[in-house]
Each structure stands twice: as structure tokens, then as C-alpha cells.
Design a protein around this ligand. Structure first.
Ligand code: PMP
Length: 404
């Protein structure tokens, strides 16, 4: 007797069927993966053509600061190009410990732990702290890295509950529905990465106290942008002692690469000895860490950079509002222009690119249909002529495409 076995479907079929990128490329409006051949900060070059960079997270312009660059070069000379191991094993150098000490001091927390990226930081904190039967309470618009971390925790038995974006009444409803004695952690972006909006922290802290929840804030887009001396969201609201853990990235204001979390010593120590994304991944490179050490010093010594950043962003925000664009609510360094149509967003992006302005196009799956947008962000090092160029090109193209 013969048994006929049905051949399994090819796992890669979804890849061969994926046509979105090719379709967009065929229309000549593909906005992703364009290689920059020279980066001077506010101005970048593509194939020799100069564009105003209006979509970088290099908020204080530190990636091209001579002192920051020099620190990286010197660190390579002393420690080599990689630590070739995880922090846990052979991959810790003095610079890691020095930066951990300085960041703990900067954020006025007991202890700090570095990770190799911000993405890995969320993955290190959340599934490590929120375990089987415990609750993770997450804003629906949290950054993708926190969503991935939440799914990891959920896969290991944690309960994931989500509340409507920045809606504290909904957060309260969610907290009320958690069994009384179940441990819980609220996780939110300090500044939301798509819109630039700031979390409603004072009410969130009240609710956390009332319902016995711990809090972690992802301050990737807040540090160096808001708070006293750029200390981020908790500092902005004078609530540093009420936020249990502050995490962030070095890939934005700090002009480098890597991530960190600060908080109570015992909690940081627990994460340090249990977080998979730390233990099983190589440590941040000496060049990256050395750059952050100098950037941190610059943030402390040059508060005028933050003032410039605020002025620059406000200038563009007011210019675009006056012209009639619809902006997402933000008073940080992110100015997101709603277009609400995929093709128009791509076409707008391409026309800006051709006119010499480089921004980010947000289309699905990054945003929901109807929420397509152009996300711009600004730097302390933009000159007025750069900002005027951004406003002028937005207005010309906006009129041409019927957006304003
Ligand atoms: N959190 C937020 C809110 C972010 O915006 C980002 C980067 N876009 C990350 C985490 C990830 O940081 P990194 O680039 O260091 O991986």
C-alpha cells in the first residue's frame, strides 16, 4: 500500500510574491535605502549632489563634531575595532564602565547598563523583568522595538495588555482589569517616534502609584531634546524619582550607536545577569562608547545646542503650519506632515529629494492606511538657509500636489 504525502508549500513563496518594493521602484519614487556618500551633518551628498538632511535623528549634530570623531579614532587605536565578545564574558573594557558611571550620574539614578543597540535594550529589559503571569502594559503606538520586546515577553508567558495611544483614561481602564495582586510594568515612549508627541507622564505616574505598577520609559527621542539640560521626559516633568527605569539609544542625540538603561542598582544588576540580548551579543565597540563619552560632555557643557535645536524646529513647524500643512502634535525635534495617501506621500518624497531636501516617507506597514506622512526632524547645526530651503520646497511641492 502506498501513502501519498502532500508536498509542503514553499516557505519562501511569500518572498517571491512580495511586489510592493518593485512596484514603487518601477514608479521611480522608492524612498528607502538610498546610500549617502558624504555626511556633513545638516548637509549630505548623494552621488555628488548636496541635499539638506531633514530626517536625521542626529539632533545636536554630534556625528560630525570633530571632538567626537577624534575620540572614536583614539579609542580604536587603544582598544581595536571590536571587543569581540559580550559584556558578560570577555567584551567589557574600561570605557563601558566609565560611560555607565557617567550616565547614571547624568540621569540621577543609581546604576546604568549599556547594550549594543537601543533595539536590544528593550529586548533586554522587558522579557527579563516581565515573566509568566505578570503584566506588561503597553501604549499602542510604542516603538517597534518595544512591540517586539513585548511579543517576546508574551511568548514566555507574560500577559500583554495595551492601551489607546497616550490615553490615560484607557490606561486606567486597563490597569483596573488586571487581577489585584499581579505584578505589572507600564512601558511607554517618552517622545513618540512617529509623531514627536510627549507622553502624558504626570497622570501616568499617578496611575502607576494608584495601581502599583512599575514604569519604564524609552527616551530615545527625548534625551538632548527635552528636560533639564537634555535629561529627557522624566526630567521635563520633574518626575525622575517616580520613573523606575529610563532607557534610550546612542543612535540619536549622542551621535553614536548603542543603548542604555538607568535605574535602581538591584534592578540593573538583575537585568545585567539575565538579559539574553546583553549576554549573547557582542558589546558596544570602543569607538561607539568613546564617542558617547565626549557627546555627553558636550551635552553638559553646551546647553546652547539644545536651545538652537528648539529654535530650529519651531521655525520649521511655524513655517509649515502657516502654509497650511497638517502636522502631528509635537513640541520636540520631530515635525511630521500628514499626507494621508500612499502615492502622494511617495511622490512628495521624490520631489523633495530631487529638489535637494531629504526626509523620511512613512507608508504601510510602518503606519496605518490613511496615516501616511513625511517625517522631518531637525538639528542644532542647521543654518537658517537650510531651514528656509525645507519650508520653501515643502510649500512649492505641497501646492503642486494639492496638499495645501
Ligand atoms: N526606541 C525608539 C523609540 C526608537 O525610535 C529607536 C530607533 N528608531 C529605538 C528604540 C532603537 O534604537 P537603536 O537605533 O539604537 O536600535
Amino acid at each position: 500500500m502506498y501513502i501519498t504525502v502532500e508536498k509542503p508549500k514553499d516557505l519562501f513563496k511569500k518572498c517571491f510574491d512580495f511586489t510592493l518594493a518593485d512596484e514603487v521602484k518601477a514608479q521611480g519614487v522608492y524612498p528607502f535605502f538610498h546610500p549617502i556618500d558624504e555626511n556633513e551633518g545638516p548637509v549630505v551628498s548623494f552621488g555628488g549632489r548636496k541635499l539638506v538632511m531633514a530626517g536625521s535623528n542626529n539632533y545636536l549634530g554630534l556625528t560630525s563634531n570633530p571632538k567626537v570623531k577624534e575620540a572614536s579614532i583614539n579609542a580604536i587605536k587603544k582598544y581595536g575595532t571590536s571587543c569581540s565578545g559580550s559584556r558578560y564574558m570577555t567584551g567589557t573594557v574600561n570605557l563601558h564602565l566609565e560611560l555607565e558611571r557617567q550616565l547614571a550620574d547624568f540621569f540621577e539614578k543609581e546604576s546604568c547598563l549599556l547594550f549594543s543597540t537601543g533595539y536590544q535594550t528593550g529586548q533586554g529589559i522587558i522579557p527579563t523583568l516581565v515573566q509568566r503571569g505578570e503584566y506588561l502594559v503597553s501604549d499602542r503606538d510604542n516603538h517597534a522595538s518595544l512591540v517586539a520586546a513585548a511579543i517576546m515577553a508574551q511568548g514566555a508567558g507574560a500577559k500583554l495588555v495595551r492601551f489607546n495611544h497616550n490615553n490615560m483614561d484607557d490606561l486606567e481602564r486597563v490597569l483596573q482589569n488586571i487581577p489585584d495582586n499581579a505584578p505589572r510594568l507600564i512601558v511607554v515612549d517618552g517622545v513618540f517616534s512617529v509623531s514627536g508627541e510627549i507622553v502624558e507622564l504626570p497622570r501616568l505616574v499617578e496611575l502607576a502609584k494608584q495601581y502599583g505598577a512599575r514604569i519604564v520609559i524609552d527616551d530615545a527621542h527625548a534625551v538632548g531634546v527635552i528636560g533639564k539640560g537634555g535629561r529627557g521626559t522624566a526630567s521635563e516633568f520633574n518626575l525622575v524619582d517616580d520613573v523606575d527605569l529610563i532607557m534610550g539609544t546612542f543612535s540619536k542625540t549622542f551621535g553614536s550607536l548603542g543603548g542604555y538603561v538607568v535605574g535602581e542598582e538591584k534592578v540593573i544588576d538583575y537585568i545585567k545577569h539575565n538579559a539574553s540580548s546583553l549576554i549573547f551579543s557582542a558589546s558596544p565597540t570602543p569607538a561607539s562608547v568613546a564617542a558617547v563619552l565626549v557627546s555627553l560632555q558636550i551635552i553638559r557643557d553646551q546647553p546652547e545646542l539644545m536651545t538652537r535645536l528648539v529654535e530650529n524646529t519651531d521655525y520649521v513647524r511655524q513655517g509649515l503650519l502657516k502654509a497650511g500643512f497638517r502636522l502631528m502634535p509635537s513640541r520636540t525635534a520631530i515635525v511630521t506632515v500628514l499626507i494621508s495617501d500612499q502615492m502622494k506621500t511617495l511622490l512628495f518624497w521624490k520631489k523633495l529629494f530631487d529638489a535637494g531636501v531629504y526626509v523620511n516617507a512613512f507608508i504601510r506597514p510602518g503606519v496605518m492606511p490613511g496615516h501616511e506622512a513625511l517625517r522631518t526632524s531637525f538639528m542644532a547645526t542647521h543654518e537658517k538657509e537650510h531651514l528656509d530651503k525645507v519650508i520653501t520646497e515643502f510649500c512649492t511641492i505641497g501646492k503642486e500636489l494639492g496638499v495645501i
